[in-house]
Write a protein that binds this ligand. Structure first.
Ligand code: GAP
Length: 464
């Protein structure tokens, strides 16, 4: 299928129809840039997180997981540069007040720009192509000049005066919690360089134009790893980190042809190198999925200066003290969820009609298996099916009970959810018509539609 807007619409509709993702606050008309995960969505999301955590904590040595508080001291965002520099260029339509993100509009008309450019640089580019950029709402081309709009979201935590001075911000990026706990990890876990700290955490950004479903949201979750290395010992480690991240996407079933690397043209002043892993998103084409950044010693140096607390590492062998360099990986889980669903989404002919199927990796699918009685009005079939269901649920947890409609409809429903196997308990299971088949069930495979008989006693090992 074409990687186009139509595919994105189909995915959004599937996500709603099958309980994956809903618009936030839908009954009030929705809240832009916020989404809620439904029963199947939260299972898929949790399985993605589990796979990510396994790869970045359990399968590694010297990597430590944390979960930091969302709110942070206001000085954190000064030290990180977010209060002064975390902005996007915004222009407003003078006719209808619609706001646009100018760097993205420039990109759309083939002009390279990014959020790191100064206001003056952006406006120079904007002025050169104003005749090509129309308001997405009213179609006019009458915009104000671009202004830098800070993306941090303020809260009134601890402010009982309502004066709003020195606000406590919601996190603009999750990784600051890692930098703030680097010293605690040194003191409590005594790791030796190189070592990693990882976290999955929420971030909030006042995005000017949240769009493309889960791709650009105002509330997001980031899965971050920060590898601390000796100064100037970054190059080989950076290549390894890049390779590991690429391989991880393949290991969860993402098709390699839908992935690309892109090096940043315009590095922030402190970075030594930066690459994005791009995914071929429906309706967008290749766009950023994950950032892999070589950040030198910037973050810890800034926090040492602003907090006055020594952030240096003492080398156990030489006694030398220095600030480690940091190699960061950061992926938005919403974008990752969208990439996983898009990659798994297929429409294909089966048994004379078109089916929609999510060919999700078995470890990511919301349910490992669905169990059904052939007929729901035959108590003996239901009883046997319940026995199998309860036993498998005890073993795997994520097992679906599905007795709605006929078996064909159940298969199609489970295909849309991505359930790798469907088990049907029929009269053969009871041994009524074919004694040799007693205590066996039909197992139907999602990807091929093929069916086979498996003994109930072997189901657990079979499904593993
Ligand atoms: N700590 C580094 C950092 O935050 P970033 O490139 O701003 O870097 C990292 O964000 C990742 O977070 C991106 O590659 C993307 O996957 C995700 N992300 C960023 N902004 C997002 C948004 N508004 N909505 C969804 N995901 C977003």
């Amino acid at each position: 299928m074409e990687n186009n807007a139509e595919k994105m619409e189909k995915i959004v509709s599937l996500c709603k129809r099958r309980g994956f993702v809903f618009q936030g606050s839908e009954i009030y008309g929705g809240l832009a840039g916020v989404f809620d995960y439904g029963p199947n969505g939260v299972e898929l999301l949790n399985n993605i997180k589990k796979a990510w955590w396994k790869a970045n904590v359990y399968d590694k040595e010297n990597y430590f997981g944390i979960d930091s508080g969302m709110f942070k001291h206001p000085k954190v965002w000064e030290a990180s540069g977010h209060t002064s520099g975390f902005s996007d260029p915004l222009a407003e339509c003078r006719e209808c007040n619609t706001r646009i993100r100018v760097d993205k509009e420039l990109e759309r008309v083939g002009v390279t720009a990014d959020e790191k450019m100064s206001e003056a640089e952006i406006n120079q580019l904007f002025d050169s192509v104003r005749d090509k950029i129309a308001c997405p709402k009213c179609g006019q081309k009458n915009f104000t000049p671009a202004k830098a709009f800070n993306l941090l979201v303020k809260s009134n935590l601890g402010d009982f005066t309502s004066e709003g001075t020195d606000p406590v911000y919601l996190p603009g990026e999750a990784c600051q919690g890692i930098y703030l706990n680097y010293k605690n990890i040194l003191d409590s876990m005594s790791p030796k360089l190189p070592f990693g700290i990882v976290q999955i955490g929420k971030a909030f950004r006042n995005e000017i134009s949240p769009r493309n479903f889960l791709f650009r949201t105002r509330e997001l979750e980031q899965a971050d790893t920060q590898l601390f290395v000796k100064p100037n010992e970054n190059k080989d480690a950076y290549e390894q980190v890049k390779q590991d991240r690429w391989n991880w996407y393949l290991s969860i079933g993402i098709k390699e042809e839908n992935l690309q690397w892109k090096q940043h043209d315009n590095l922030v002043f402190y970075a030594s190198d930066a690459w994005d892993i791009m995914y071929n998103f429906p309706s967008l084409g290749f766009d950023e999925l994950e950032g892999v950044h070589d950040r030198t010693n910037y973050d810890l140096t800034q926090h040492m200066e602003f907090s006055g607390v020594d952030q240096r590492y003492t080398d156990g062998e030489t006694g030398e003290k220095y600030i480690p360099w940091i190699l960061e990986t950061s992926v938005g889980l919403g974008r990752l969820f969208l990439a996983v669903i898009s990659d798994a989404y297929h429409e294909e002919e089966m048994d004379g009609s078109t089916r929609v199927v999510l060919k999700l990796h078995k470890d990511l699918a919301p349910y490992r298996v669905a169990v059904s009685p052939l007929l729901k009005n035959k108590p003996e079939l239901v009883e046997k099916a319940r026995e199998v269901f309860v036993a498998l649920k005890k073993e795997f947890g994520n097992v679906a009970w599905d007795d709605n409609g006929n078996v064909g409809k159940r298969y199609r429903r489970q295909d849309e959810i991505g359930t790798p196997y469907c088990i049907v308990i029929d009269f053969d299971t009871l041994g009524e018509e074919n004694p040799a088949a007693k205590d066996t069930v039909t197992v139907r495979h999602r990807d091929t539609g093929e069916q086979e008989r498996v003994a109930i006693s072997e189901l657990t090992s079979y499904l593993r």
